[in-house]
Unconditional design. Structure first.
Length: 400
């Protein structure tokens, strides 16, 4: 008789819920007992409510992954804004200049480049899938301790329950309790910036376009929302971020209108605001025996290209595939040689993206006439690079 394995997913964010859903639908799901644990209450999404502050740019490939588990139909029918165009330009240039990077869905023969979706809506849709799968969902359940017993781990919860796991999947974010509990170190690269997030009502239509302007002290991104507003992520120096957070709505609108070079006209603050410090972070190890890290627990990248959520979903997909194949081959899913297949597949790709984002941010922050000309020349060449441009964009958008 085949042994059944206990897998505990710690963290009910989009990445953690997705890996749980993928495992609940894998070929050898009957050999798994799955539990999801999260310290917070179960998220509640109100269909008729305002657009939440936290949104993610989901690539076409990520949407296809969520469709494969049965979650995307609810997302797309509720509130997701497809974007068909993307414009990226330098503060030293002009949005209509030859050096501006332009991407259009039609160029790549796809209906859209991606979608802007509220994180809570994504979680709500995946949880509906998990409810049907009858997975043990433990909300309001912080972990008090995590101790190794032989080849397994025992997790003591604050609700006085304990869980024994053949594999613990740490999907519990940048301040991962799981990562710290097993003494996995990280390499950190603080950016010296904070990201300001809010919603804005633009004077002009956003035209289902994602806008990215590189400024000397950090990039400004404006993402289209389905109700005509834009969600802004402004990565800027700490001093300016402090001024932005303490500014009135009118003052912040003026700051962002100027920072965006008025491409959408005057901008008015039309939602709550928040700020968080930016730091690139990479776990030295993704896996140990009976432990695997995914998503922000394993890596954090600059938000300038909106790739964080997509990288996490790629982690989830790869880890679920590795586990499924191991079960089919009669292997233990918590064995380190098995988990190393996931680490080898994802660690290099995540590191490449992280260092590319860090380098890009530093390149555009350099205030030198020679570097400005180098940037402009490089962007013009990239626009005309044919197969290189095509390959780079398809990788970023998850288009096969």
């Amino acid at each position: 008789m085949n042994k059944r394995f206990d897998i505990v997913v710690v963290g009910a964010g989009v990445t953690g819920l997705t890996v749980a859903a993928l495992l609940s639908q894998c070929r050898f799901r009957d050999r798994l007992r799955l539990t999801v644990v999260d310290a917070a209450a179960r998220p509640r999404y109100e269909v008729g409510g305002d657009v939440a502050l936290r949104v993610s740019a989901m690539s076409t490939g990520s949407a296809e992954l969520l469709e494969s588990i049965g979650a995307w139909a609810q997302v797309s029918s509720t509130r997701a804004c497809a974007y068909e165009h993307m414009l990226v330009w330098d503060e030293a240039g002009d949005v209509d200049g030859a050096e501006t990077l332009r991407f259009d869905a039609a160029e790549f023969a796809v209906p859209q480049l991606g979608f802007i979706v509220e994180n809570e809506l994504l979680r709500h849709a995946i949880l509906d899938v998990l409810d049907d799968a009858h997975i043990d969902l433990q909300f309001d359940s912080a972990i008090r301790s995590m101790q190794q017993h032989g080849q397994r781990y025992r997790l003591e919860l604050t609700n006085d329950r304990h869980l024994d796991a053949d594999l613990v999947i740490g999907a519990d974010g940048a301040r991962s309790f799981i990562r710290d509990s097993v003494n996995i170190k990280t390499r950190d690269w603080p950016y010296g910036q904070s990201a300001i997030v809010t919603h804005l009502q633009p004077e002009k239509s956003h035209r289902n376009t994602a806008w990215q302007r590189f400024l000397r002290d950090g990039p400004l991104g404006m993402l289209p929302l389905s109700d005509g507003r834009v969600s802004v992520v402004w990565s800027t120096a700490q001093e300016r971020a402090d001024r932005a957070i303490s500014a009135s709505d009118d003052e912040l609108g003026e700051m962002l209108s100027e920072a965006s070079d008025f491409v959408l006209g005057n901008l008015k603050v039309a939602g709550p605001r928040g700020a968080f410090p930016l730091c690139a972070r990479h776990a030295v190890d993704y896996v140990l025996p009976a432990v695997a890290l995914i998503g922000d627990a394993a890596h954090a990248v600059h938000p300038l290209a909106g790739q964080g959520a997509n990288l996490g979903l790629q982690d989830a997909a790869k880890l679920a595939d590795v586990i499924d194949r191991a079960l089919g081959d009669g292997e233990h899913p918590g064995d380190r040689p098995v988990l190393r297949r996931y680490e080898r597949a994802r660690k290099g790709e995540n590191a490449t993206m992280m260092h590319f984002m860090t380098g890009l941010s530093s390149l555009f922050a350099t205030d030198s006439a020679l570097v400005r000309e180098f940037r402009a020349t490089g962007m013009r060449l990239f626009n005309r690079s044919g197969p290189i441009r095509d390959r780079a964009v398809r990788v970023a958008l998850g288009i096969q």
